[in-house]
Design a protein around this ligand. Sequence first.
Ligand code: NAP
Length: 551
Amino acid sequence: MSADGFAVPVSESKSKPHGDNRYDAIVIGAGVAGLYQLYRLRSLGLRVRILEAGSGVGGTWYWNRYPGARFDSQAYIYQYWFSETMYKEWNASERFPAQPETERWLNYVTDRCDLRKDIEFGAKVTRAAFNNSTQRWDIDTASGQRYDARYFVTCCGMLSAPLEEAFPGQMSFNGPIFHTARWPRTPVDFTGKRVGIVGTGATGIQVIQTIAGQVGQLKVFLRTPQYIIPMQNPKFSDTDREAYKALFPYLKERLPNSFSGFDFDFRYGNFADLTPERKKELLEMFWNEGTLVLWLASFPDMFTSEAVNEEISEFVRQKMRERLKDPELCRKLIPTTYGFGTHRVPLESGYLEAYHRPNVEIVEVANNPIASVVPEGIRLADGTVHEVDILILATGFDAGSGSLTRIDIRGKDGQSLKEQWNQEIRTTLGLAVHGFPNLFTTAAPLAPSAALCNMTTCLQQQVDWISDCIDFMEKKGHRVIEATKAFEDYWVDHHDRIANATLVTKTDSWYMGSNVDGKPRRLLSYIGGVGRYRRECNEVAVNEYRGFTLG
Ligand code: NAP
């Protein structure tokens, strides 16, 4: 054990297994949440197994290895906070490291905490059913293995059900099709190739700015343009690293109590109350910072006032005009139909300039949509065929709910979570679902971790809540916990009231589920703030899980 009390818990169980696959807890997913969940539950002396579909750890950072993938949370924020020793051992190379470094970091955490031996790789969970007679979960994998566990914890991530089957005819395509979240481990050679890409969200933007200079020709099939913020990504020196490492105690305390899980927060009041000079000064300051601060922590009334939102949107549009110069590019690439920040704002590096290259072409598909994929490329509704050799789908995810509805999860009366969520997406605090005892969810709908948060901050808070709850149950001798219908009703209503007061619910995006045909419309992420959400969760816990029944 080190000075900060960091110890590696061993995988000893206090409950004796009755068979190889009988566990106290089964966790799905070996990403940021799953790894910490294993660590915490093992610390309680429980017998725990992670079932992970991939062949390595990392979750999002395992699957999303597309060209240009990197995060836009600062490296010293996107961290675990349970060990100061580990925090200080890891040396980030730059402010926003790319995917390979983040994947390496999660492998380092895995090995440093000796987690790998309790992870089953290549284990894709297909079905999980609460067994009323045993009051435990029966969990099946695609390879035919059955596991039996008292607690079933899903750490599947909110963006892990990729929309891969985007168009009819994909099977007929002559070349390779890559969804960005299923990118191959071996590098793709784009030299001299005609490449088509569908999607200009945060992912598509990173791909486009990265490969524009490598491909023969790039056709960007553009439906909805994006607001952007230019990323400032300085390399870290030893002095920089020493400086951020010294902030560990401050950040550990600060992040979970902020609005969005970052170290910045609203500090200047409402935009509408400022003088024109002060507005300009602050907008320029936020813009030049090159982080998500302009979006997530500038002015609260940007999310609620159409007039304020329009003023800030126009500021960003003007910044984009200055870089794009060409009026035709401005018309195509600058958003006008929705407001800045009403869905995810990506950080970019040279994305707009990529369109100045002679080998990059925009194909507008808002009014002439993609009809199908044909052997030669993409056919639009008017019959035009765009020939390409490689097709990249940066078409996003069935977010928040998709990773769970793609598993056949059955509650205490055999009810299907998928069928319920096809009607209405509901959870209790994003941590539980009425009718599904001993199921704990992370990154699920109706919590900040479903979108509006620096993920490590919110996932650790959820894992801590779940672990404390399980610890409480074990100590008190409870076998089953279930959210009541009344408390779930309260939470859904509370969530909706806050959400519906914002402009976010007026814009179509994956935040509202509108990117998936037939998905019920509701803001996936709790938007009341990370600190407020944490207080709500703590209230439940200190009141011995008020709103839940314990048996
Ligand atoms: P996304 O934001 O949902 O974007 C999907 C894109 O595909 C959109 O441009 C969408 O157009 C387009 N699209 C989908 N179907 C289409 C169709 N039939 N025809 C034409 N266009 C179509 O997905 P994403 O870019 O993968 O990003 C998802 C989230 O992942 C982000 O919002 C972010 O939270 C996270 N992410 C983070 C980072 C980072 O931290 N740096 C990087 C990448 C992703 P419409 O807008 O018109 O629907």
